[in-house]
Design a protein around this ligand. Structure first.
Ligand code: CA
Length: 257
């Protein structure tokens, strides 16, 4: 019995509660794995994206934080920049010709040249940094709460905020993010579900139940949880992984349960 079962049971009960709401619950999609690719088991994934057929990954924790470019098919780390041990790296987004990497509690985003991995500038923000993605116009950031913040990529100033709500309930602990076909998809810390969010108003429009995609009980680390979503708009492939997981899964959704 894995230690996360009680959490999962509570979350399923929470989802079930919505099914009795008059407004009707958001659909809960299933999944099938169409490909499994290797992933470095020492990569504590905090951010994952696809650009030009490669993964770009941000890994976290103090002492193991890095920025990586990874070959999708082999998991080979083609380029890597290790960050100082005082930095706990978080979400990652590609915007324009730059890579933006959050830090957890340093209040600072590093901006990298994606070719050299050199830091070209730093941006400041208040509060914690968790997940990051882009809608093509702004950077879209989570901070562990139920709020998602849209920011100007030039200045990092807040443009607008949404609160993620499933009917009347705020969904917090929003973690890694990905923009997929006009929606924001988010990991929720220590949950096996992805939440699909309408970026206009924060309304939850769906869930993806990834229960059973990987048995993380073999990794003796309570933080080795599902985290990391990447979408390749060119091939319409969706990838998910976890912190310290040895695999990245390419998934397709199946009809709602
Ligand atoms: Ca992502």
């Amino acid at each position: 019995m894995s230690s996360r079962s009680p959490i999962l049971a509570a979350f399923l009960a929470f989802l079930f509660a919505f099914s009795s709401c008059a407004a009707g619950p958001a659909p809960v999609y299933g999944f099938k794995v169409v490909h499994t690719y290797p992933h470095s088991p020492s990569a504590y994934c905090q951010g994952l994206l696809v650009h030009d057929g490669k993964f770009y990954e941000s890994t976290g924790r103090y002492g193991t934080s890095s920025l990586r470019r990874v070959e999708i098919e082999t998991g080979k780390v083609e380029k890597r920049k290790d960050l100082p041990p005082t930095i706990f790296a978080e979400g990652l987004a590609w915007f324009g010709d730059e890579l933006f990497q959050l830090t957890w509690k340093s209040g600072k985003a590093h901006v990298f040249d994606p070719r050299t991995f050199r830091v070209t500038r730093n941006l400041a923000y208040e509060g914690e940094g968790w997940g990051l993605t882009t809608d093509g116009k702004h950077l879209v950031m989570s901070d562990g709460s139920s709020t998602i913040t849209f920011r100007d990529p030039e200045t990092f100033e807040v443009v607008r905020k949404i609160e993620v709500m499933a009917d009347e309930t705020p969904i917090d602990q929003l973690n890694e993010l990905e923009w997929i076909d006009g929606e924001i998809w988010a990991n929720i810390w220590k949950r096996d579900f992805l939440v699909r969010i309408d970026p206009k108003d924060g309304k939850v429009v769906g869930w993806v139940n990834l229960t059973g995609i990987f048995d993380n009980s073999k990794i003796h680390d309570p933080d080795a949880v599902l985290n990391g979503i990447a979408y390749d708009p060119e091939t319409k492939r969706i990838f998910v992984t976890g912190k310290l997981w040895p695999a990245v899964f390419e998934i397709e959704l199946t009809d709602p349960e």
